[in-house]
Design a protein around this ligand. Sequence first.
Ligand SMILES: Cc1cc2nc3c(=O)[nH]c(=O)nc-3n(C[C@H](O)[C@H](O)[C@H](O)COP(=O)(O)OP(=O)(O)OC[C@H]3O[C@@H](n4cnc5c(N)ncnc54)[C@H](O)[C@@H]3O)c2cc1C
Length: 461
Amino acid sequence: MPDGSGQTLLTQLESFLPHERITTNSYALERLSRDQTHVLEPGIPLAAVFPISSEETSRIVQAASQHRIPIVARGEGSGLAGGANAIDGCLVMCFSRMNRIIEINARDGVAVVEPGVINADLRRKAAEQGLFYAPDPSSFEISSIGGNIATNAGGLRCAKYGVTREAVLGLQVVLADGKTLQIGRRSIKGVAGYDLTALFVGSEGTLGLITQATVRLRPAPNEAGTVLAQFKTLEAAGDAVGQILAAGLVPSVLEIMDQTTLMAVEEWRHMGIEQTVRAALVAQTDSGSSHDLAAIEEVCGDAGAVETHRSTDILESELLIEARRWAFSALERKGATLLEDVAVPRSRLVELIAAIEKIAAEAHVTIGTFGHAADGNLHPTVVWDRGDDAGRRRALGAAQAIMETTLRLGGTLTGEHGVGILKRDALEKELGPDVVRLSRSIKEVFDPDGILNPGKILAVD
Ligand SMILES: Cc1cc2nc3c(=O)[nH]c(=O)nc-3n(C[C@H](O)[C@H](O)[C@H](O)COP(=O)(O)OP(=O)(O)OC[C@H]3O[C@@H](n4cnc5c(N)ncnc54)[C@H](O)[C@@H]3O)c2cc1C
């Protein structure tokens, strides 16, 4: 039962929202209260609402702020840090119905979209006009642009095109008091004032609600060709990464998978990967130059690849990339999982991979490691038997050890998934107390009553 202010807010919301856009149904709320971070238990929300415009979002926020009811923004709930997890008594603001692509403008090289647009839908729509929306998290078919911006999502093509932040020019945001603000710009360049757009990108729903975005589109790249290189040692694969980048080659994708991951994919998809293979690289270039692809294959051979396979066939290239996209799902089939998201300077990649193997052996857990090698961003995925509490504890210990090692190597606790709740308590170890204090002050400026996704990124005092 909602308390007095919760009940008053519900009555107020029901006075202007049609019944199909507000729910207190416990089954619906259970589904809308969690993201894909299975190790975290979400709270129980008061209700979920589905605004269809920025004006409506603003009205809902004004009402919630009057009663100091917390608001948790939700895109598609594919997050991996608990960012969209409900907190007790909150209002879940679901943006799935704000899914219009308002404009695609080839001349300006921009798209204007609502936050609930699915990444893949924008990509397809842009492609119809020979344009390209670069940010491509592996979840591109199941995640929203609003969620991608709020987490500053990465993806496979970051190797060449950078993370989501590189593609965001301007935002419309609803602040904690319901005021709507336009920040950023539509022009490709622009440096007027503090870069509030960059601040909002990756703010995980803690500073304001994104109700519209102006994003950059590029000319569609050439069809990508792909190299799959298999190695007998992880070190050789890591060396190949270093040599490819040192040679000035610019792959659009450069992914690494360890043996545990490869075998999980093989068991599931039967791609003919030998058990003796310890690591594989999947590289793509979309430069249109067959020389670049051949050069990547040659570097891999020189670094000790036991087998390489090069393809410019579109379907085959897609299949090779799919093998990498299946990595997490293949590991998930083997048990409960905790997906890590650490990143180190590229020169420390091999050390990190070796350390993860050692941690797995010492903690007696299975860890499948894959990730975006060109960015030094790995997703060591700890797997344990479902229902095995001791296994779960060992997994959490191993994840902790991976984070500590990453920091020791000069890296970061999250390369692309965000802090959410999962990394919140470790954040200060990376940033230090002064930066955390400054971050709190920034949060207070935007959200003095602390109603926007409280307890995410920063703990509530
Ligand atoms: C199989 C799989 C593969 C994945 N691969 C990748 C990958 O390659 N790279 C990567 O970076 N991530 C990846 N992810 C994680 C996830 O897909 C991304 O974090 C994604 O950006 C989340 O989008 P979403 O729409 O699901 O957002 P949600 O999970 O719903 O929300 C994420 C965060 O954004 C906030 N938020 C959502 N919408 C808004 C809004 N309109 N305004 C303000 N705040 C908002 C939420 O409060 C929350 O803090 C993967 C996840 C899965 C399950």
